[in-house]
Every structure is written in C-alpha cells, then in structure tokens.
Write a protein that binds this ligand. Structure first.
Ligand SMILES: [Zn+2]
Ligand SMILES: [Zn+2]
Length: 230
C-alpha cells in the first residue's frame, strides 16, 4: 500500500535547494540522479543520498525503477514556489536596490527561502509579472517563451543577434557573471557571431565593446534570438 504524505508546510531551505535543481534538470530533459545532484549542490554523495531519502519519505520526490528522481505534484508545486521567489528577488535586487547584475543571483539565494507567499505575490505585481529572471531564465510556466532562443554555438553567423538568456548553470559562477557583465554580454545586448572554431572550441563575437572570444562550454549556455525573423 502506498502512503504518500501530502505536505502542506514549506520545505526546509536545504530541501528547497534540491527541489530547484531537480526541477531545472527535469525541465531541460536531463537525467536526475543522486550523483549529479551532489555535484551541482556541492555536497558529498552520502549527504545527497540521505537528503533525497528524507525527501522521498516526506512526499516531495519519488525514485523510478532506474533510480532516477521525479518530483511529486507536491514537489513540483514547492519547486515552482521557491524558483518564483528566487527570480522575483533577483529583480527586486537589480531594479530597486541597484545590486550589480552579477551579484543578484547569490544574494537572492540567501533571501529566497524566507520570503512569505504574501510578499511573493506583492513582488510579482509590483514587478509587472515578469516571465524571466534578470538572466533571462524562465519563471515556472513561462518556459515556452525561451524555447525558440538558440545557444550561441547553434546561432547563425554574420548577422546581428540579441542575447536573451544566460542559463542557470552559469548563474552559479560569480566570476563568469562578472566577466559577462564587464564585457556587456547581458540580456538585451546585440552581438554578431564572427566565427566558430571547432578545433579550438572557441567562438568569436563582435560586441559593442569590441571583438572577443568565448569557449564553447560558456557559449552553449548563452541563448540568443535572431533579429531577422524567419
Ligand atoms: Zn538565480
Ligand atoms: Zn536569474
């Protein structure tokens, strides 16, 4: 007999961090397994395994036959809630408090867990219900908007494109965000892809600040939209 608890209370901050990451991997069609989560959350595998067991016990996740992790409906709802709080806090920090774009993510990460549902609703209204975070990542239920943006590695050359999104994976690296900020590679910036060198795994761009070269690992996490539609 299955006894799945339907938890009404908000999960702990630790569990919320797991839920956010599981949701993101699931959204991107990636395999969600304990080793990957341990890596992304910067904890040991035994620690991750223990937390995941507790999360399964409390009804946030289930394990399938292949030990892959799936969110339960309660887990999905809780993940959406913390991701919304995170992204709205990022906007609050950037727009109202003038926190640098490159620092908003790590600052929001500290605050997001303590925001009440009431404040979340007020923030959302005050910010005119944004569809993405300041990095261009979609709020839950707005994934459709970002789905046609192409990673730099697959975008057309010799034409102007607009940067729309810096993937969440990059948000965790403050140095990379700083580099992007200093070089004007932010959502809304217009750039041109000059060439992509497979043997070197680099891509060179013309930006408003000049010509620069990026490695593919970074370039595939920067999404752009073509200015010429069709
Ligand atoms: Zn963030
Ligand atoms: Zn963000």
């Amino acid at each position: 007999m299955k006894t799945v608890k339907t938890t009404q209370v908000r999960p702990t901050a630790t569990v919320e961090d797991y839920l956010e990451t599981i949701h993101r991997l699931q959204r991107d069609g990636k395999k969600v397994i304990a080793t990957r989560l341990a890596e992304l959350l910067n904890v040991s595998l035994p620690t991750a395994t223990l937390t995941l067991k507790r999360m399964a016990r409390d009804g946030w996740i289930i394990f399938d036959r292949h030990k892959q992790i799936l969110l339960t409906p309660a887990g999905e709802t809780a993940a959406h809630s913390v991701i919304r709080r995170h992204m709205l806090t990022e906007w609050l920090l950037v727009q109202t408090l003038n926190v640098p774009w490159s620092e908003a993510h790590s600052e929001a990460h500290q605050i997001e867990h303590t925001l009440s549902d009431n404040v979340e609703k007020r923030l959302n209204d005050n910010l005119n219900r944004p569809s993405t975070c300041p990095h261009g990542n979609p709020l839950p239920d707005h994934e459709e908007l970002t789905s046609h943006w192409l990673p730099l590695t697959k975008a057309p050359h010799s034409t102007t494109v607009t940067i729309r999104r810096i993937h969440e994976t990059i948000e965790d690296s403050r140095e990379t965000l700083k580099y992007l900020e200093q070089n004007g590679l932010l959502p809304g910036a217009k750039i041109e892809i000059l060439e992509s060198l497979a043997f070197n795994q680099t891509i060179s761009l013309r930006t408003e600040k000049g010509i620069l070269s990026l490695g593919w690992a970074l370039a595939e996490n920067i999404f752009v939209e073509s200015d010429t539609s069709g």
